[in-house]
Design a protein around this ligand. Structure first.
Ligand code: SIN
Length: 512
């Protein structure tokens, strides 16, 4: 295997968390590795809403933190949520300084949208629904022109390099079809979420939990893997991934209707269309299952203004043959965000020396069981910078014997089967029977194709969902026990394997 020594950080992932970490590492060098071309293959560039931050005169970080805690269904780490909210306004201003063209009010302030479960209009947006694209454009230009940052595209993460003491020393990347061992002072994982493990997702399909799976294989502590957020309003026009119809549309007054044109949300929650995201997702799931259909009707609330106010949603709808100015938009819930991930402290440190994580692949504790809308880009910016600074301060660990072990890749057809099963059994509504059957399928896939990172990531989600017998936040069990676990989940893969073998033993016993 070819060997490279980088005398700074390796950052894996070029979304907002990864590039922010790389920029913040200065003057230390940062080598950014990404499997996809820049601004493709990362959810950040697809984000429509914006960044939640207490920038308005009637808002405070305390209020923002309180909304974050409320949304998280009892599992948010309140100190981390407060830190996020306190650093939010500066993070938005820093992105504006890099050139992100946030929408402005007449007096030059930030124009802010209302999204579900926020007590204030506090989402700083860009050109309506173009936040992710425009912010990533500005951050990418900054990273490409920073002398301390080097970006390698078409470089896919294949393994973490660990020394005999368990310290992470670098990565194995596949670059132009060749495996390359890259050692570095520290590694920052910013590899995004697990949307690509689901057949209906709003995230790039390549996000299959590689960072999460590889960190777990190296022994890192994983937090809250069962908590997956399903966005209620993915546009149902047969595209994979499914385009998103931003929640800001409902903030503007768009309503949810069945095929008969009747609004249905008041049957599910007093806040109707602005109910928490998980409630709206389940309502839409139920309406669709009952054969009544679900549509987002923005004809009155947005109508003729669609092209200027929500250009991204407008273009996606037209591409699917829907004109949202005059037609309701067909919608379905879709996997959108993973609240769980690699457990970190406030500076991105994981439980493994030398390994940092930021963005969706990390579990900082700010999201609990249900992420508040538009806290994800904010988390990527705030904790990406903190992780980059902390990782850059790591002392050079010197050399050590390394014996890289590269997990196999998951064959494409097996991944497609896994995606269908994940949407069916680990989706909006879950139960013990479906989750157990799915876990056995994952075991069979591992037996047949080896222990790949996506299978490990899927196993973590499914085992967590099976173990949490209650419903909470984004995790809903149709066979739920009363709510009894107001604690976060912290696991290592070894614990998950041990409980799986107990389960397999019990199932064998029951079958005999
Ligand atoms: C949206 O615009 O609806 C998505 C925002 C988010 O997921 O935070």
């Amino acid at each position: 295997m070819k060997r490279l020594r980088h005398d700074g950080l390796v950052v894996v992932g070029a979304g907002l968390a990864g590039l922010t970490a790389a920029l913040a590492a200065a003057p230390a060098k940062a080598l950014v590795l990404t499997g996809a071309p820049l601004n493709q293959g990362c959810s950040s560039a697809w984000a429509q809403g914006g960044l939640a931050a207490a920038l308005a005169a009637d808002d405070t970080p305390d209020l923002h933190a309180a909304d974050t805690v409320d949304a998280g269904a009892g599992l948010v780490d309140a100190a981390m949520a407060l830190l996020l909210a306190q650093e939010g306004p500066a993070a938005v201003r820093a992105l504006a300084d890099l050139g992100a063209p946030f929408d402005r009010t007449a007096d030059g302030g930030f124009a802010q949208s209302l999204e579900a479960a926020h007590s204030r209009a506090r989402v700083a947006r860009v050109k309506g629904d173009q936040a992710g694209r425009e912010i990533m454009q500005a951050v990418t230009v900054a990273a490409m022109s920073a002398r301390h940052v080097e970006v390698r595209t078409s470089a896919k993460l294949r393994a973490l390099l660990q020394d005999p003491n368990g310290r992470i020393r670098g990565v194995v990347a596949e670059i132009a079809g060749e495996l390359v061992e890259i050692t570095a002072r520290a590694v920052v994982l910013a590899t995004g979420g697990v949307g690509g493990l689901y057949s209906v997702t709003t995230t790039p399909a390549e996000l299959v939990g590689d960072g999460l799976g590889l960190a777990a294989l190296s022994g890192a502590v994983i937090g809250d893997p069962e908590f997956v957020q399903f966005h209620p309003t993915a546009i149902d026009i047969g595209r994979d991934p499914a385009p998103l119809a931003t929640e800001a549309l409902r903030g503007e007054g768009a309503v949810l209707v069945g095929a008969d044109g009747e609004r249905f949300m008041s049957r599910y929650h007093e806040k109707a269309e602005l109910a928490p995201r998980d409630v709206v997702a389940r309502a839409i799931h139920a309406e669709r299952l009952a054969g009544r259909g679900a549509f987002l009707d923005a004809r009155v609330a947005v109508g003729e203004h669609f092209p200027e106010e929500f250009p991204g949603v407008f273009a996606a709808c037209l591409g699917g043959g829907i004109d949202p100015r005059v037609q309701p938009i067909p919608i379905a819930p879709a996997c959108h965000y993973h609240m769980g991930g690699i457990v970190t402290d406030a500076d991105g440190r994981t439980s493994l020396a030398g390994l940092y994580a930021a963005g969706e692949c990390a579990s900082t504790g700010v999201h609990g069981a249900n992420r508040l809308a538009s806290n994800s880009l904010l988390e990527a910016a705030v904790f990406g910078a903190r992780a980059g600074r902390a990782a850059a301060a790591e002392a050079d660990p010197g050399t050590a014997p390394l014996r890289p072990s590269v997990p196999p890749e998951l064959p494409a057809e097996v991944l497609q089967r896994l995606r269908k099963l994940m949407s069916r059994h680990a989706g909006v509504v879950r139960d013990a029977g479906g989750l157990t059957a799915l876990l056995l399928e994952i075991e069979a896939m591992e037996a047949g194709h080896g222990r790949s990172a996506p299978l490990v990531a899927a196993r973590l989600v499914v085992s967590g969902a099976l173990a949490r017998t209650e419903s909470r936040g984004g995790h809903f069990r149709s066979d739920a026990t009363p709510q009894v676990r107001p604690q976060r989940t912290f696991v290592r893969l070894a614990d998950v394997d041990a409980s799986a073998s107990v389960l397999a033993g019990a199932l064998r016993f029951a079958a005999e």
